[in-house]
Design a protein around this ligand. Structure first.
Ligand SMILES: Cc1cc2nc3c(=O)[nH]c(=O)nc-3n(C[C@H](O)[C@H](O)[C@H](O)COP(=O)(O)OP(=O)(O)OC[C@H]3O[C@@H](n4cnc5c(N)ncnc54)[C@H](O)[C@@H]3O)c2cc1C
Length: 495
C-alpha cells in the first residue's frame, strides 16, 4: 500500500483513470481515491454509450483506431471526414461561440492523438453502426463526427480503463471520499482529507488531480445553480457526483469558470429511477425524436425536432421538457419510421403505448385528445414535399407552423401509432473549475495553483448552453491525460 504517493487522483471515471495511467507512464506512484464501493465503480463513465467524438481525415485515421477492421467491413461504410476545423466549428456553434478557445483548440487538436494513445494502451474501439449511421444506397453512412465507441460501451470502457490502470500499478482505494484539500506553508497543495468507513485521515501527495465529476447528483446545488425545478430532474448516472471536487478546490481559492447555470440533459424515460440503473444504463434515453414529433400533456408541440442532427440538439432538449407541465413529454411516431428507431426504443422498460388511431394513442398516454389530434392534423398539413434522408440535414421541413420542424418532416399517417413518455434526465453540469493548457487549476487571480490539476466533468469553460455528442468522454481523456502527465512531471521534479 502506498503511504505517500507522488500523485493522488480523486475519482475513478474516465478522466481520472486516463490521468492515473498517464501519470504511471512517467513512473510516478499513483493512488486513486474513489467515493463509491467497488461494485458500483466507474462513475458516469460506466453509464455512457462509450462514444468518443474525434477529428479524423478519413478512413485511414479510423483504421488506426480499429486495426482489426476487415476489408469487407471497410467496403460497406462511408465515414467521410471530420477535420479539426469542423470539430472546432461544431463546438463554437453549439456553445453560441462561448467555448474557451484555448481549451477547445486543445480538445480538438488532441482528440485523435489521444484516441491513438488509448488504443496503444489496449483500449478496443468499434464503429457506432446502430446509433450514428443509416444505410443509404447499400452503405452505412456515418454523420456528425461521432463514429467510434469503446467495445462494450460504457461498462466496457470503464472495465478496460480499470484493467489498464491496474496493469500499470495504479492503486485504487474504494469507499474513500475526498472531503478537503490541504496546503503547505508555501501555499502548495500537499494532501487530501479522506473519509472512509473506518476513519478520517489526511493522505499526503506532491500533486493532486481532481476528476470527481460535476454536481448533477446534488439536488441542492442543482436548484441553487441551474434554477427552480432542477431539483426534480432525474439523474442519468451515479448518485456520487455531488460537486465535492469543485467545492474542495473553491474552498482553497480556485476560480469558478464556465456555464454554472447550464447542463447537459436529455429526454429520459418517464419511469426511470431517480438515479442511473447499471443494467439499463443509457437505454432510458430516447433520441429518435427527429423522426417524429414531441408534444406535452396538452398535445402541443414545443420544440423543433429537426433543428439539427440529433448529436447537436439532444443535450439541450431535456431542459425544454423540464419546463413543460408536470415535466412530461411524449414522442409520437408512426409505423413508417418504426424500423429506424434506435435500439433504446426496443427495451422492456419503455413507458410507451401503441394504437390504431391518434385518439387511441392520446387516451393510452393520458394526453389531451383534442390537442393531440389538432396538432397532428396541422403538422401533417404543413409537411413540405422533398426527399427524406435521415443521414443528413435533408431540408424536408414544415411550412406555416410554430415551432417549425426543419428537417425529416414526414406526415404521421400510418398506423399503428407509437408514443413514448419521457421526462428530463440530467447528464452532467457545465460549470466548474478553470484550468490552463497543462490542466493546472487556476486561482481567482488567474495563477496556476501549485500541485493542483483537474479534468473531466468538473472543468468549466468548454460547454455552454449545449453540447456536441461524444465530446464529454473526449474532453475527459484529453485533459485527463494532460493532467496526469503534468502532475507526475511536477511531482517527480520535487513538487
Ligand atoms: C447515461 C449517460 C450516457 C452518456 N453517454 C456519453 C457518451 O456516449 N459519450 C460521451 O462523450 N459522454 C457521455 N456521457 C457523459 C459522460 O458521462 C461524461 O462526460 C464522462 O463520463 C465524465 O467522466 P468523468 O471522469 O469526468 O466523471 P465520472 O465518470 O462521473 O467519474 C467521477 C468519479 O468521481 C467519483 N467521486 C465523486 N466525488 C468524489 C469524492 N468526493 N471523492 C472520491 N471520488 C469521488 C465518483 O464516484 C465517480 O466515480 C454520458 C453520461 C451519462 C450519464
Amino acid at each position: 500500500m502506498i503511504n505517500q504517493p507522488d500523485v493522488i487522483v480523486i475519482g475513478a471515471g474516465n478522466a481520472a483513470l486516463c490521468a492515473a495511467i498517464a501519470a504511471r507512464e512517467q513512473d510516478a506512484s499513483v493512488l486513486v481515491l474513489e467515493k463509491a464501493p467497488e461494485h458500483l465503480r466507474g462513475g458516469n463513465t460506466y453509464f455512457t454509450g462509450g462514444g468518443f467524438r474525434c477529428a479524423y481525415q478519413g478512413i485511414d485515421d479510423i483504421r488506426a483506431l480499429i486495426p482489426d477492421m476487415t476489408g469487407a467491413e471497410e467496403a460497406g461504410i462511408d465515414v467521410g471526414s471530420y477535420p479539426q476545423s469542423m470539430f472546432y466549428d461544431d463546438l463554437m456553434r453549439v456553445t453560441e461561440s462561448m467555448t474557451d478557445t484555448e481549451l477547445a483548440q486543445i480538445l480538438v487538436s488532441q482528440s485523435h492523438p489521444t484516441m491513438r494513445w488509448l488504443q496503444a494502451q489496449g483500449m478496443r474501439f468499434v464503429l457506432m453502426y446502430g446509433r450514428q449511421s443509416f444505410q443509404v444506397d447499400g452503405k452505412h453512412r456515418f454523420w456528425g463526427g461521432l463514429i467510434v465507441e469503446a467495445v462494450g460501451a460504457g461498462k466496457g470502457l470503464s472495465d478496460q480503463l480499470f484493467k489498464m490502470a491496474h496493469e500499470k500499478g495504479v492503486e485504487v482505494f474504494y469507499e474513500n471520499k475526498a472531503t478537503g484539500l490541504e496546503l503547505d506553508g508555501q501555499g502548495r497543495i500537499s494532501g487530501v482529507v479522506v473519509q472512509s468507513p473506518e476513519a478520517v485521515r489526511v493522505i499526503k501527495a506532491k500533486s493532486i488531480v481532481l476528476a470527481a465529476g460535476g454536481f448533477e447528483a446534488n439536488q441542492e446545488m442543482r436548484s441553487r445553480y441551474l434554477g427552480p425545478g432542477w431539483d426534480l430532474a432525474k439523474v442519468r448516472g451515479v448518485p456520487f457526483n455531488t460537486g465535492d471536487g469543485i467545492r474542495m478546490a473553491l474552498d482553497v481559492g480556485a476560480q469558478s469558470y464556465g456555464h454554472w447555470s447550464g447542463c447537459h440533459s436529455v429526454a429520459w424515460d418517464l419511469n426511470a429511477p431517480p438515479t442511473g440503473d447499471r443494467n439499463v444504463a443509457d437505454l432510458y434515453q430516447k433520441h429518435s425524436y427527429p423522426l417524429g414529433i414531441v408534444v406535452n400533456v396538452n398535445g402541443q408541440r414545443f420544440l423543433d425536432e429537426g433543428a439539427d442532427l440529433r448529436n447537436y440538439t439532444y443535450a439541450k432538449y431535456g431542459r425544454e421538457i423540464l419546463h413543460q407541465p408536470h415535466r412530461v413529454a411524449f414522442q409520437i411516431f408512426d409505423d413508417k419510421v418504426r424500423d429506424l428507431l434506435r435500439d433504446e426504443y426496443r427495451i422492456a422498460q419503455c413507458t410507451m403505448a401503441e394504437a390504431e388511431s391518434i385518439e387511441g394513442l392520446a387516451q393510452a398516454l393520458d394526453i389531451d385528445r383534442d390537442g393531440l389530434v389538432s396538432t397532428v392534423d396541422s403538422y401533417n398539413a404543413a409537411v413540405m414535399q422533398g426527399d427524406f434522408n435521415p443521414s443528413a440535414l435533408d431540408g424536408k421541413g414544415t411550412d406555416g407552423i410554430d415551432p417549425p420542424k426543419s428537417n425529416w418532416a414526414l406526415p404521421i399517417d400510418t398506423p399503428p401509432y407509437l408514443g413514448y413518455a419521457v421526462t428530463c434526465g440530467i447528464t452532467f453540469t457545465f460549470g466548474g473549475l478553470r484550468i490552463n493548457e497543462h490542466a493546472q487549476v487556476l486561482d481567482t487571480e488567474g495563477r496556476a495553483m501549485p500541485g493542483l490539476y483537474a479534468a473531466g466533468e468538473l472543468v468549466g469553460g468548454i460547454f455552454y448552453h449545449n453540447y456536441a455528442g461524444g465530446a464529454g468522454l473526449m474532453a475527459g481523456s484529453v485533459f485527463g491525460r494532460i493532467a496526469g502527465s503534468y502532475a507526475a512531471g511536477d511531482a517527480l521534479a520535487g513538487g
